[in-house]
Design a protein around this ligand. Structure first.
Ligand code: CTP
Length: 419
């Protein structure tokens, strides 16, 4: 799609906060307007010290809102704005606004809009290097990222204090690129329903102990979040994890492989796409003891019964739905993963060598090789799990487009709700 069409008519709220980089918001507004977007500028009080609302009003052609309580004219209220926008971009975003939003504070017009909006949110931080690397700030940013806020990394360069460092607002072109990507992504999976499995399953030996596979659920959660950000309706079925479910995603928590199997069987019929990232335990103790087994010197023998291979069972009758699996391997990565792809009737498999540094359990990055049904093999470099998720979903979108199928969900959704 040409870039002008991508931005044309799109309603973008541009939030400006109190950083010296606020003057660059004028240029951002110009660039968005040039691409025929509709820009609604919202400024914090601090931002108005750095750049005049009149400048932004003139450039955007729309009234600029600076107060939570303002005389309501014929123009839209902030809630109207929040419910109709396609994207909310905060540039520059100060450490203060990021901190406030991360704790749910809504004490001015911009923070209120953030809580009220259902559109994707992009933030371009700008601040002093010391602030950027501050642990409290980092934690706030990570928390928002978990909720689906996307950050446009600042750059290294001259800062307002005169020193060089990290924290300069990203270049205008990078910000516009990020806006385009976010808008495009939003559309890619709209109207599609996606089921994602994630995390470990726990198989009880008694009421205290269990056996499980190692898994933090990070990859599956990243996939669910990315699928939602791309406009999909997402059902996330996960085993126990410390992670919080991404915003906007239907979350089903299970414990055992059998519970996951039941939940998947129940919900798979409603979806177009299944992505199986769970580290399902292959066995469960044949007998789960009541109470706590007392330790004995002679040790303990636990008999294990195989669990159903959920993905394989689902693959047997998948019809035209798209099915993506994962393969956790120690050796013979491609051969083993390709075998799983065939045996489980998948459209694509994401293989990772769990022994590789920067891949696998508990870490935030992954190194994967994607193998398609047509045996195309693509090894990706070490990337964050969020990036890996987006790339996997991009491939899924390509498959959806190539198949050209009508989502099975349209009829299901029509039955459930008028919209
Ligand atoms: N899987 C599943 N149910 C199981 C086991 C695996 O749904 N009982 C899914 C996983 O979510 C993953 C794929 O099957 O998408 C492959 O899982 P993996 O653990 O790599 O392989 P297994 O099939 O269990 O084979 P093995 O443990 O022998 O490597």
């Amino acid at each position: 799609m040409p870039e002008t069409d991508l931005l044309k008519g799109k309603r973008i709220i541009l939030g400006i906060t109190g950083s010296i980089a606020a003057y660059k918001a004028a240029e951002i507004t110009r660039e968005l307007i040039k691409r025929e977007a509709q820009v609604y500028v919202v400024m914090t009080k601090a931002a108005t010290h750095f750049i005049s609302p009149l400048t932004l009003q003139t450039l955007s052609g729309n009234p600029v809102i600076t107060e939570l309580f303002y005389e309501r004219g014929p123009q839209e209220t902030h809630i109207d704005l929040a419910s109709r926008n396609d994207l909310l971009l905060i540039a520059p975003a100060t450490a203060n606004i990021i901190g406030k939003i991360s704790t749910g504070i809504a004490d001015d017009i911009l923070t209120t809009l953030v809580l009220a909006t259902t559109s994707p949110i992009l933030m371009a931080p700008a601040m002093n290097e010391k602030m950027y690397y501050n642990s409290i700030f980092k934690e706030n940013m990570e928390k928002l990222a978990r909720y689906g806020v996307e950050f446009i990394e600042p750059e290294y360069g001259e800062l307002s204090c005169g020193k060089k460092g990290m924290g300069r607002l990203a270049s205008i072109s990078k910000i516009i690129e990020a806006v385009k990507t976010a808008l495009k992504r939003r559309k890619d999976l709209s109207g599609k329903r996606i089921l994602v499995t994630a995390g470990p399953t726990q198989e009880p030996i008694d009421e205290v102990r269990y056996i499980a596979n190692r898994s933090s659920a990070k990859m599956g959660f990243a996939l669910a979040r990315a699928a939602y950000e791309m406009g999909g309706k997402v059902i996330l079925i996960s085993g126990p994890t410390l992670l919080k479910p991404p915003l906007g995603v239907e979350f089903i928590q299970i414990r055992t492989a059998l519970e996951m199997y039941e939940a998947v069987k129940e919900r798979f019929k409603e979806v177009d796409i299944g992505i199986f990232a769970a580290a399902v335990a292959d066995f469960h103790p044949s007998k789960a003891h009541r109470g706590k087994i007392k330790k004995e010197e002679k040790g303990l023998v636990v008999e294990l019964t195989p669990n159903p291979d959920i993905l394989k069972e689902i693959g047997k009758d998948k019809g035209s739905k798209i099915l993506v699996g994962f393969a956790a391997e120690v050796e013979d990565l491609i051969a083993n993963a390709s075998l799983k792809l065939k045996e489980k009737n998948l459209d694509m498999i994401v293989a990772n060598r769990i022994s590789e540094e920067g891949a696998g359990f508990e870490v935030d990055t992954n190194i994967v090789t994607i193998i398609s049904k047509e045996e195309a093999i693509e090894k990706l470099p070490q990337l964050s799990k969020d990036e890996v998720a987006r790339l996997i979903l991009k491939k899924v979108v390509d498959m959806v487009e190539a198949a050209g199928f009508e989502p099975v969900t349209s009829s299901v959704r029509r039955m459930r709700s008028p919209n």
